[in-house]
Design a protein around this ligand. Structure first.
Ligand code: GRG
Length: 285
């Protein structure tokens, strides 16, 4: 496994094992944190720092861990009966199925607050910590993921325009995927202009991520049925595939991923190869 993932997992394990946290809570948080997952967000952040010629330090893992914790907390809450009501996540029982609903709610809650404690104890300048705190909160709350989730729920069963779909995903998925780009720029002390360019790259990647998700939803149905899903399935939800068609969505995904690579090449990065590998994982044939 990538050594960065191992180090990230060591950090997360150590955090929940080193303090005297109530056993049930730490166990439940660790269960979901260590269930695997692609670790795209922390890997983007850590590899971007290396591409900016920084040597990775423990402080950088504080930031990477904070980011993965918020992501994992959102997945735990998203799986709850009041939301998606899912039984499995990352190939294992969802948190509320493994433990119980109240514990899962609290595990999610703790994964939203602990990151800010972890950020505040990172060995970085106060200015950088304040900027990272602002960006992580911006990506997560009413300016970001939570807002996207409520808009998504409000739009269920309705026919949404492409602009409305994009707004939901820009908030729900895009903001947290943008954080690694912006955070890397802040930690590497890039100019305001460069940080904004990095934000633009993250936003395009966030959009690509959601288009990919919509394509995979349809191709999974295709695999299940053994034939092209009918018009009803292709159009049943407000998705990119419903608006652009399967081929159109694939084309849009490819275009967005190429744009991300192009914009990254234009930025002052020494070697983008590791970041390109992460991005290429998102390609769909
Ligand atoms: C308070 C921050 C906060 C959130 C609560 C439930 C909720 C509000 C928001 C839901 C956000 C959500 C589940 C968005 C979908 C994000 C998404 C595309 C998840 C899949 O990400 P991957 O593919 O998953 O990176 P792995 O398992 O690989 O980490």
């Amino acid at each position: 496994m990538d050594t960065k993932i191992l180090k990230l997992e060591d950090f997360l394990t150590e955090f929940y094992e080193s303090a005297e946290f109530p056993t049930g809570l730490a166990e439940s948080a660790k269960y979901s944190l260590l269930a695997g997952g692609k670790r795209i967000r922390p890997l983007l952040f850590l590899n971007l720092l290396e591409a900016f010629d920084l040597e990775l330090s423990k402080a950088h893992y504080h930031v990477a861990a904070a980011l993965e914790m918020i992501h994992t907390g959102s997945l735990i809450h998203d799986d709850l009966p009041a939301m998606d009501n899912d039984d499995y996540r990352r190939g294992q029982l969802t948190n509320h199925k493994k433990f119980d609903e109240a514990t899962a709610i609290l595990a999610g809650d703790t994964l939203f607050f602990d990151p800010f404690f972890i950020l505040s104890t990172a060995d970085l300048s106060a200015e950088i910590i304040v900027a990272l705190t602002r960006e992580l909160a911006f990506a997560s709350g009413s300016y970001g993921m939570v807002a996207g989730q409520i808009l998504d729920m409000a739009g269920e069963g309705k026919e949404l325009t492409l602009a409305e779909i994009e707004q939901i995903h820009r908030l729900k998925t895009g903001r947290l995927l943008t954080f690694p780009f912006v955070a890397a720029g802040i930690v590497a002390q890039k100019s305001t202009d460069e940080v904004e360019k990095l934000r633009q790259v993250g936003q395009i990647l966030g959009l690509a991520f959601q288009i990919r998700d919509d394509i995979l939803d349809v191709t999974a149905t295709f695999a299940e049925l053994g034939k092209t899903p009918g018009k009803d399935i292709l159009e049943e939800k407000s998705t990119y595939v419903a608006h652009l068609g399967l081929e159109g969505a694939k084309k849009s995904l490819t275009g967005n991923l190429s744009e991300v690579k192009k914009l990254l090449t234009d930025l002052s990065v020494t070697d983008s190869s590791e970041i390109f590998k992460i991005i290429e994982q998102l390609e769909v044939k």
